[in-house]
Design a protein around this ligand. Structure first.
Ligand code: ADP
Length: 548
């Protein structure tokens, strides 16, 4: 009978012990399940590689009852395999910083290479222990490890990504169950690391794609022409500015050899030094014949392993200006030399004592006229430089347009020594508020030009007209000369621009008068222009606004 009685009745103490044991067992299993759950959650939730590995290390260290745990990440370097500490649990990181990273020694190797889990009750008793240089065992400051558990971490494709290592100073701490739990967690960790790596790679790819699209936008909107040419000389990229500058659309040139697609480029390629990208490139200014009109480009070339990138800018205007400047220096010095020579010659002659009083008077007059011409030239040059540097003062005052025109005309007639210029104007014109000197300057320029270029014979006359409009006063200077061809009417207002010598009858000048006139008129809020046809005389006019 007795044998059939429930055990607890027979031995209550033993039953209580067994109950306690099963409760402890249940509690332990609960902890394991909870740990696995937390790890699973972290793996599903976390995207940050470091965070995942830290959680895995912490949780496993705790569940296997290790005093410390670490995850070493496999890092392959050019000089061989090395392992770097990635996360650590249970001890301060500083503890590890004083001794070298673990190497694939006999004890460590199975974990790093993924061949086996290593679980040792006492690592110091293992035959593989203490065989390696330089420490023959643990480095002096190493944690006092006796129990040792090391589990490789695999990616889903089977490659070993690193290892989880656990240690305890006491002997025989890690059980087979610990080994299984750690192995299970390490599988999850491998999957999570893989996911995090993929996400990171995706993020990098997205960032790179974004950077590429920014680069593409910048290339399209940069003001320099950019051409990328491969090692066979074939154009691979031709940006919008390149198309605009050369007039060649990318569809016409991309995929074709640059020497063939861009006429004249061969010469450029010969003359432009191609620099390595680490060096400063040296732009060259070279001509390119684009659709029959000559372009001047400032071109540089930068080499890269796949070919050459050319950058270029249209410097045709600057080049023309430079040519004009050279021409201007020649013209101005010639223009200055003529009156200086005349004054010098007259002064020399005046030293003689055999001159008639008439001759003396003539020479003095000549000195006066030529000096005035010199002053005029110097004034023009100074005024141009003031205009160009933006240092032009203006001093508006009420000005009677009639009186101003009369004074300019009188002056011109004195110089011409005949009634060359006549005034056609209403009896009265309301005053305008302008800088008197500037307006006189413009009108004198136009009148002087009309006298120089617009009077083909002795009988020719120049008319100055004043026409009133409600909001402006118009000054016109009309001549009977050869006129200015339509195609040149814009350009004669450019700095230093002069018509072909045969069109202006050999009359000398600097090409600054109309440029100055236009600048002055526009700065006064007015407009200047010409009505003319070749052979039919010219009417130069300018309007000055009447401000209320
Ligand atoms: P400059 O008289 O010193 O050459 P301007 O700027 O005053 O310079 O004139 C520019 C050019 O315009 C002149 O060289 C001349 O060829 C042309 N031009 C100016 N005025 C006339 C005009 N009334 N008739 C014909 N051509 C003119």
């Amino acid at each position: 009978m007795n044998e059939e009685l429930p055990l607890e009745l027979l031995a209550p103490g033993a039953a209580a012990e067994r109950l306690e044991a099963s409760l402890a067992e249940l509690e332990r299993e609960k902890r394991i399940v909870e740990t696995l759950y937390r790890v699973a959650q972290a793996v599903a939730r976390e995207e940050d590689l470091h965070e995942i590995v830290q959680i895995v290390t912490d949780e496993t260290t705790s569940i296997v009852g290790a005093q410390f745990g670490a995850f070493f990440y496999n890092v392959v370097r050019r000089d061989g395999e090395e392992y770097s500490l990635y996360t650590i649990s249970g001890v301060p990181r500083a503890k590890f910083e004083n001794f070298p990273m673990p190497r694939a020694t006999d004890i460590f190797r199975p974990t790093f290479e993924g061949t086996a889990i290593v679980r040792l009750d006492d690592v110091t008793m293992d035959p593989r222990f203490g065989r390696n240089e330089p420490y023959h065992g643990m480095p002096p400051s190493h944690l006092p490890v006796r129990s040792y558990l090391a589990v490789p971490v695999f990616l889903p494709d089977g490659t070993v990504v690193g290892g989880l290592f656990f240690g305890h100073p006491e002997i025989g701490v890690f059980t087979e169950e610990h080994e299984q739990i750690a192995a299970g967690i390490s599988t999850q960790a491998g999957t999570a690391i893989d996911k995090a790596r993929l996400l990171a790679a995706e993020r990098d790819a997205r960032a790179e794609a974004e950077a590429r699209s920014h680069a593409a936008v910048a290339l399209e909107y940069v003001d320099d022409g950019i051409a990328m040419v491969d090692n066979d000389g074939v154009i691979r990229l031709w940006n919008r500015a390149a198309a605009r500058i050369t007039g060649l659309a990318d569809a016409e040139v991309v995929g074709r050899p640059i020497g063939e697609a861009v006429p004249g480029w061969e010469q450029i390629a010969l003359e432009v030094p191609v620099e390595d990208w680490t060096r400063n490139s040296k732009p060259q200014t070279l001509p390119l014949d684009a659709h029959g009109c000559e372009l001047w480009l400032s071109v540089y070339g930068v080499g890269f392993p796949g070919g050459t990138v050319y950058g270029f800018r249209n410097v045709t205007d600057e080049r023309k200006l430079e040519e004009l400047r050279v021409e201007m220096v020649a013209t101005v010095s010639h223009e200055l030399r003529t009156p200086v020579a005349a004054v010098y010659g007259a002064a020399q002659t005046l030293q003689r004592d055999d001159l008639t009083p008439e001759r003396v008077a003539q020479l003095f007059e000549m000195i006066g006229v030529e000096s005035e011409r010199l002053t005029g030239l110097v004034d023009q040059i100074l005024l141009t430089s003031q205009i160009d540097s933006g240092n032009l003062a203006s001093d508006p005052e009420p000005v009677d347009p009639l009186a101003l025109a009369e004074s300019v005309i009188e002056n011109a007639n004195v110089v011409a020594r005949r009634p060359l210029v006549v005034l056609e104007a209403p009896e009265q014109v309301a005053p305008i508020s302008v800088d008197r000197e500037r307006v006189s300057q413009v009108l004198s320029n136009l009148v002087e030009n009309a006298g120089k270029y617009g009077t083909p014979n002795e009988a020719s006359q120049v008319s100055v007209r004043i026409v009133e409009a409600p909001h402006a006063v118009r000054f016109e200077v009309v001549d009977e000369g050869p006129g200015v061809p339509q195609s040149e009417q814009e350009r004669i207002f450019e700095k230093f621009y002069r018509l072909d010598p045969d069109m202006k009858g050999g009359v000398r000048g600097t090409g600054l008068g109309l440029y100055i006139s236009r600048e002055l008129v526009e700065r006064m809020g007015g407009r200047i222009g010409i009505d003319s046809a070749a052979g039919a005389g010219s009417t130069f006019w300018f309007d000055l606004p009447r401000f209320a």
